[in-house]
Design a protein around this ligand. Structure first.
Ligand SMILES: Cc1cc2nc3c(=O)[nH]c(=O)nc-3n(C[C@H](O)[C@H](O)[C@H](O)COP(=O)(O)O)c2cc1C
Length: 499
């Protein structure tokens, strides 16, 4: 129906333009000629663009086409398995679940099942009954006084500032409707986060929400923020997959007065969170800081997030946990394939360990040090569908987060403009004209739908594997085609592999 109305409107406008042009042809031609001459003269005398000086008027085509090339590729050129970071099939998976449309696929797989790196799950001849209620995971170790029962699938850290206020409102309302958590990202808790959804309050190197005037950690402010009832857990961010070791960037164009006030910084300036924490610089320092955060919060679960770089540094932390008996309640592993609002490209492309290797390493290391019962493992890195959740849980994760999956559920079209404040869907911009387009009352339902339907997909796969309890999952359920051979994850990564 909507498309029919759009088509009729288009035809009417076309007739109107043709009518005006025919009626006033001569004036139209003079106007266009004068405008073209003016543009041509300007192009010749300007000194910024060589192409325009050498090819006046016509040279503009290059800039116009360059500007819309992502859209042209997406609408006309891209195949179902093309498109980066998320291909069309992955995007359609999310859209269809968010909108509750066409969640089934006709006529069989479109994948080449013999291709390198293809993965599959082991099903059982005796599938189990599909669970009606999705299982929940208890987060909270021996020192935690307020354990949290988490969904297996949640909203990964994305700040108010990198996302719009309507996006945050819709995510939080979606989390409240679907019973899963919403990680605030390092930009602190804003009023838009308080719509009833459970929160994980993330603290980055900028200490937003608990920042003293000199930029260091302020325990009193932290007590206030962590005491917010919606804050169920606290996550200390060491690094993220898209820019490990770099720190956060909030571009000046997105740092408006309100965001600056929430974060305690100067508006309209680029905010570069330092690449390292000022409160600690060793494994012991990290664990003592975690203990401080847990004590000051009244015993809420506290964890840390990182993208794995040096294995030795992680092993060092585990050894320190054993000798001090201080453990985090959870560790969040972000794969190098993770997303971001803005990052230097060499960091996104060439720094950090991908999620699969990192997850296996962390799980095995915690098992080796007998820490696996104390510490829950959360993981993210393009894990956007039911199979990704199944695989991550089989490899040893307890909980999966998604950032870009939730952005797509909000209507993101992967325009790749998160850092320019021009996001056409109002998800990653603070431009009010664009933000207006994102209708919270509609989009929060899509966030909840995407979550529910994806978890449902997981549960169907879980049942097909013959499972009824999350503890049954292990690496023997996952296979991969590698170097022309079928490789079982159980054989490739026996539970405690050589670290
Ligand atoms: C727009 C955007 C903003 C993000 N902001 C943060 C942040 O503030 N803190 C953080 O730890 N990670 C941040 N991330 C990373 C995500 O939390 C997540 O770890 C990563 O994108 C992997 O999940 P995905 O592949 O499902 O997107 C951001 C990602 C995006 C796309």
């Amino acid at each position: 129906m909507k498309n029919v109305i759009r088509f009729i409107a288009f035809v009417l406008i076309l007739f109107l333009v043709l009518f005006v042009f025919i009626k006033y042809t001569i004036y139209g031609i003079i106007f266009i000629a004068v405008a073209l001459v003016a543009v041509g003269v300007y192009d010749l005398i300007q000194t910024k663009h060589t192409i325009l000086r050498n090819f006046p008027i016509i040279g503009h085509m290059r800039y116009i086409l360059e500007g819309i090339s992502p859209e042209i590729r997406q609408y006309f050129v891209e195949s179902d398995t093309d498109g980066k970071p998320l291909n069309r099939n992955q995007r359609s998976y999310i859209y269809s679940r968010a909108k509750l449309q066409h969640t089934k696929h006709p006529f069989g797989t479109e994948h080449d099942l013999q291709r390198e790196q293809i993965e599959w799950a082991r099903h059982s001849m005796y599938p189990a009954k599909v669970l009606n209620t999705p299982p929940r995971v208890r987060v909270g170790g021996k020192d935690c006084l307020q354990p949290y029962e988490s969904s297996i699938f949640n909203i990964s850290a994305m700040s108010y500032g990198s996302l719009s206020k309507n996006a945050i409102l819709a995510l939080n309302k979606g989390a409240a409707a679907g019973g899963f958590y919403h990680n605030t990202g390092e930009g602190s808790v804003s009023p838009y986060h308080l719509q009833g959804g459970d929160l994980v309050y993330q603290i980055g190197t900028g200490y937003f929400g608990c920042r003293a005037e000199d930029g260091r950690f302020d325990p009193e402010k932290y007590k206030v923020t962590s005491a917010i009832p919606e804050v169920k857990m606290i996550e200390l961010k060491l690094s993220q997959g898209a820019k490990p070791g770099h720190g956060g960037i909030l571009p000046a164009v997105k740092n408006n007065e309100e965001i600056a006030a929430i974060r305690g910084v100067i508006p309209h300036t680029e905010i570069d969170s330092p690449n390292a924490h000022r409160e600690f610089n060793s494994a012991l320092g990290l664990l003592e800081f975690i203990k401080t955060l847990r004590d000051l919060s009244g015993g809420k679960p506290v964890g840390f997030k990182l993208c794995i770089g040096s294995k030795d540094e992680f092993i060092d932390i585990c050894e320190e946990m054993v000798s001090t008996n201080i453990t985090p309640d959870f560790i969040t592993i972000d794969g190098a394939e993770g997303g971001t609002g803005a990052a230097p490209i060499i960091f996104s492309d060439h720094v950090g360990m991908p999620y699969e290797n990192a997850l296996i390493f962390v799980v095995d290391t915690l098992r080796k040090y007998k820490l696996e019962d104390e510490i829950k493992i959360v993981v993210a890195g393009k894990l956007i569908d039911g199979f990704s959740i199944f695989k991550a849980l089989c490899l040893g994760a307890d909980i999966v987060n998604t950032g870009r999956g939730m952005m797509l559920a909000l209507g993101c079209i992967q325009a790749l403009e998160c850092d320019k404040n021009t996001c056409p869907t109002g998800v990653a911009t603070d431009n009010p004209t664009l933000v207006r387009g994102l209708v919270v009352e509609d989009k929060y339902k899509r966030v909840a739908n995407y979550h529910r339907e994806t978890v449902k997909d997981f549960l169907e796969l879980f049942a097909a594997a013959g499972c009824t309890d999350l503890n049954q999952l292990n690496r023997s359920y996952i296979f991969k085609q590698m170097n022309n051979q079928v490789v079982g994850f159980q054989e490739r990564y026996p539970d405690v592999c050589a670290i």
